[in-house]
Write a protein that binds this ligand. Structure first.
Ligand SMILES: Cc1cc2nc3c(=O)[nH]c(=O)nc-3n(C[C@H](O)[C@H](O)[C@H](O)COP(=O)(O)OP(=O)(O)OC[C@H]3O[C@@H](n4cnc5c(N)ncnc54)[C@H](O)[C@@H]3O)c2cc1C
Length: 490
């Protein structure tokens, strides 16, 4: 019988069977995090566990008003949670009340003529996509993943692949809010833009966003136009992309593997085809294990990371000419990214650099970033570049001029030592960004210093003063308030 094993075709079948079995047993785990009255509450990273007092599931406006008024009377603290993908304890507070917005998720109206959608703030971006794709419509701006709540997305002023319509906050036409003292109010872009600008990008510190009316646009069909671009000519390349109205969306990826470290990049353009998709299906996640296998290969660092970069680039370049709807372009896969290794954590950081400063910024990074971090405690796994236009809709504004966003995926040990190592590394990134008139994104873990926060957000003191005027009892709080905003008082 063992003679069979010597035959090449038997061996080939064996190899295929083993490969297929290995492939199907790759676990696709979900990260454990969330709200709890009995155990510790955490958000997506699990880095800031906290004991909270109560969770109130949001049901209706009257209930929310009454919770806020009662908290003012009783001297209680409130935090607001969407799906908790922020990473710095933005959704809870020690011994506080958490309002869980998830159940408050109805699509209230889709106005096909005005191209708007009105939704309760706990709805997910994917809920909106389900409702509007049937009518040939799509959001003007959203993150590249559809898994977030609308309230959470607006409170961080999310942004994604669209390069024409600003960040999410700029697409809000109208909103209902509950003020920190418990008054239900309707705000419109026309009449109340200034007041809205504290709620938008306000990290839940100015009251509850109850519902919003967002601008929509046609669910256009785009042709993928991927291209390899020289890192040193990206600034000029991007200016040409921005001047070309036929390109609706764009992003880029910079190599971080040791062989091509910051020396290769490819871009993805989404070119208008002139067609609009009526009632197009939304794509579901596929090939999760295959993508996870690739990402896990990259996570090994060294030669494996180089292999991953080459494979990823080839795959992207092969998409030339294929088409995708706008809704699906704002619906990337996310499950394969889950990282659940004990004792280690993967976090996001994002730096915004003025377009004109891109070349100098990358050259500056090359002077100090390790080319090969395979054996380091802090590892950089990915840099995606996105474009954000000048923002005029929020107070805590990260884009005071058109910016290139460098979105980083970083892995580090979750021990205190590991967090401190990551702090040193990320503070250096922040100093490099600040040196080029850049800023950084605030929904993530508070690695940065108060001085860095003040430098990136010079308006923070004004925002804190306004907060204390509107919320004299400091009812709406969270870790972000403690770790950043409150610290600018002095
Ligand atoms: C894997 C991953 C990918 C990401 N990709 C992107 C991206 O492409 N673009 C981008 O911009 N960001 C991105 N982010 C960041 C993400 O957009 C933010 O974390 C966003 O807040 C997520 O929405 P959420 O429902 O999880 O919000 P939460 O984390 O639940 O809340 C975020 C903030 O909003 C406040 N909030 C929530 N609901 C309300 C409400 N109804 N009223 C008032 N305040 C409220 C909370 O108090 C908190 O301060 C990503 C994060 C992860 C983990």
């Amino acid at each position: 019988m063992f003679n069979y094993l010597k035959k090449p075709w038997v061996l080939a079948i064996l190899v295929v069977v083993i490969a297929i079995s290995a492939f199907f047993i790759i676990p696709v785990e979900k990260r454990q995090y969330g709200l709890s009255e009995t155990a510790m509450t955490t958000d997506y990273t699990g880095l800031l566990p906290e004991k909270i007092e109560t969770i109130h599931e949001a049901n209706n406006r009257e209930q929310l008003v009454s919770i806020v008024r009662q908290a003012n009377q009783d001297g209680k603290k409130i935090s607001i949670a969407g799906v908790q993908h922020s990473q710095g304890g933005h959704t809870y507070y020690k011994d506080g009340i958490v309002i869980d917005m998830k159940p408050f998720n109805k699509i209230l109206n889709v106005d096909q003529k005005k191209k708007t959608v009105t939704v309760e703030a706990g709805a997910l971006i994917s809920d909106i996509q389900q409702a509007v794709t049937k009518k040939g419509l799509a959001l003007k701006v959203s993150q590249s993943l559809p898994i977030f709540s609308v309230g959470g997305s607006l409170s961080v002023n999310g942004h994604g692949r669209d390069i024409r319509n600003g960040s999410m906050a700029s697409t809000v036409q109208k909103m209902t809010v509950i003020t920190p003292t418990g008054t239900l109010k309707t705000l419109t872009k026309k009449a109340n833009q200034q007041e809205m600008s504290y709620y938008l990008g306000g990290y839940g510190l100015f009251g509850i966003i109850v519902d919003v009316t967002l601008s929509l646009t046609d669910n256009e069909v785009y042709a993928y136009e991927p291209e390899e671009v020289a890192v040193s000519s990206y600034e000029t390349y991007l200016k040409n992309v921005l001047a070309d109205d036929s390109i609706a969306m764009h992003y880029a990826r910079l190599s971080v593997d040791p062989e091509h470290f910051l020396n290769e990049m490819y871009v993805m353009n989404y070119k208008k085809t002139g067609r609009v998709a009526q009632n197009a299906a939304l794509k579901e996640e596929t090939q999760i294990r295959l993508s996870k296998l690739g990402l896990d290969l990259g996570r090994q660092g060294g030669k494996a990371e180089t292999l991953f970069w080459n494979m990823q680039k080839d795959l992207f370049l092969k998409k030339t000419g294929k088409t995708i709807t706008r809704n699906n372009a704002m619906r990337s896969e996310s499950t394969f990214m889950e990282y659940t290794k004990k004792g280690s954590v993967e976090v996001l950081q994002e730096f915004f650099i003025p377009i004109d400063a891109y070349e100098e910024f990358v050259a500056h990074l090359k002077t100090w970033l390790p080319k090969d971090d395979q054996h380091d405690e802090v590892k950089l796994h990915n840099i995606t570049l996105r474009i954000v236009s000048k923002d005029e809709s929020t107070q805590l504004n990260y884009a005071r001029e058109p910016m290139i966003a460098f979105v980083l995926l970083i892995q580090h040990p979750s021990s205190e030592t590991g967090i401190n190592q990551a702090k040193t590394y990320i503070q250096k990134w922040t100093d490099t960004a600040l040196a080029h008139n850049g800023t950084y994104y605030l929904p993530y873990y508070p690695y940065q210093t108060t001085e860095q926060f003040k430098a990136a957000y010079p308006q923070a003191k004004h925002v804190l003063d306004y907060k204390l005027e509107q919320d004299p009892n400091e009812v709406f709080v969270n870790h972000f308030y403690d770790n950043y905003l409150q610290k600018v008082a002095n």
